[in-house]
Design a protein around this ligand. Structure first.
Ligand code: BJ8
Length: 429
């Protein structure tokens, strides 16, 4: 049987000034991990072949597309947060890509410069740039940063020395005057993108981009809805993978492929084909985003025979639950509609953040889950502290609940496995 490999493009990587030798080793390791985690699953939907290929071409075909766009003068912008108004980038003919930040491999590079006791996502992302081991980072015109959490906003100052980093101020409250500021920030971001693109964005450009992004979000909503079917027609690992790929694939093609997968899942439901066992325990995950290739919790939960049916996360529902109002047509109205939609994202960086607490409970009910795993990356103060309120809400509603704080290392795998298995048993009792 031939082995899965992420394809190598050493010449292109060299042209991007990467540390090719080191990156090639990471490529082989990622390919092995993918084969073990994903291709060993039984009875996967056939339409997952497209997403497998997206991983095989993670460092090749998609990077080529970015470089082609750049050669045509179209901006390529890297991001770490779902508060970026992607529609503006698309409207300027540009591409938005989520940057790497889910791997332990780049953390030591970051720890040579940054403090060790900060969030692994920030360290991993920073390390990818510092070590020159992410082709996306090497290809972008600039990085979009935001003022959500302290770790990120202070890291931007250091990152800016290596790659231009544009910082958008995201307020921490949602009072009317905060929304006025936010709207101004959206306008400034549009001006920045126009400057890099060397063209101004017209009303029809922006309207078209809003439609593309709404279609993408609807495709992801449809997939999420199908995952809620009992039994689930697709594994949680595959669901998460698609949510991760959403951050770097071309949006029109991606939406079409997600819809094709959904058509297959509808057929599976009609034919009563399920990936996990019919009676597999259904789990919802809430909390901090799981950036590619962070599959740790999904691996453990599904390795123990349960199935994850929903991610209340930015790599999950927070990314696609809200659409932009398409009924408005002037530039000012559309920018206000963007602000309105982006402010609905209930990141724990906001205070108060009651909407998120209700949203977690709502998603739990909608997904037919039987328990919640609240997951926070280590040293993420806002999600770690908001844990208290999520726990209290779960206790009040009688929802089986467990909190897991972890990083990207494998050191706590044994301990987590024991805790997760005990949690699943408790639900089964
Ligand atoms: S909107 S969740 S993507 S900020 S986990 S880096 S918060 S210390 S990722 Fe996030 Fe935007 Fe919010 Fe979503 Fe900081 Fe916490 Fe690390 Fe985080």
């Amino acid at each position: 049987m031939s082995h899965f490999e992420i394809k190598a493009y050493p010449e292109m990587w060299q042209s991007l000034d990467m540390d090719v030798e080191r990156f090639d080793k990471a490529r082989l390791m990622l390919g092995e991990a993918y084969e073990k985690t994903y291709l060993s699953q039984k009875n996967r939907p056939k339409s997952m072949a497209y997403f497998d290929n997206m991983i095989a071409e993670l460092h090749g075909a998609r990077i080529k597309e970015l470089l082609e766009a750049k050669a045509e003068g179209r901006p390529v912008i890297g991001t770490f947060c779902v508060y970026i108004p992607e529609e503006i980038v698309l409207a300027a003919g540009g591409i938005c890509v989520g940057l790497c930040g889910g791997s332990q491999g780049s953390v030591p590079d970051a720890e040579k410069i940054l403090p060790r006791n900060i969030c692994p996502m920030v360290k991993s992302a920073f390390g990818f740039k510092a070590g020159r081991i992410c082709p996306y980072f090497q290809a972008v015109d600039f990085v979009y940063g935001e003022t959500t959490c302290d770790a990120k906003k202070k890291t931007w100052e250091i990152l800016d020395k290596m790659v231009p980093t544009y910082v958008m101020e995201i307020p921490q409250c949602k009072n009317p005057r905060d929304i006025v500021l936010w709207n101004e920030e959206v306008k400034d971001f549009k001006a920045k993108v126009e400057e890099v693109a060397g063209k101004s964005i017209s009303e029809s450009d922006l309207a078209a981009a809003i439609k593309i992004m709404n279609n993408k979000r609807q495709a992801l909503q449809r997939l999420n809805g199908l995952r809620h079917h009992m039994p689930s027609p697709i594994s949680g690992k595959d669901g998460l993978l698609i949510e991760q790929i959403a951050f770097y694939d071309e949006p029109v093609r991606f939406s079409q492929k997600v819809n094709e997968l959904c058509d297959e899942l509808v057929d599976r439901i009609n034919q009563e084909v399920a990936v996990p066992a019919q009676n597999a325990t259904r789990i919802m995950v809430a909390g901090t985003p799981m950036a590619l290739p962070n599959w740790k919790i999904h691996n453990l939960v599904e390795g123990a025979g349960a199935v994850i049916v929903n991610e209340e996360s930015c790599i999950g529902t927070r990314y696609f639950k809200d659409l932009i109002d398409e009924s408005v047509s002037t530039m000012d109205e559309m920018l206000a509609a963007l602000t309105d939609r982006y402010k609905e994202i209930d990141c724990s960086c906001f205070t108060p953040n009651d909407e998120r607490i209700s949203q977690v409970i709502k998603e739990y009910r909608d997904s037919g889950a039987q328990g919640i795993i609240n997951y926070s990356l280590q040293f993420c103060h806002t999600y770690n502290i908001e844990e208290i309120r999520i726990r209290e809400a779960c206790e009040k509603e009688g929802i089986p609940y467990i909190f897991i704080e972890s990083d990207y290392s494998l050191e706590d795998m044994g301990q987590l496995q024991t805790r997760i298995e005990a949690f699943l048993e408790q639900i089964g009792d």
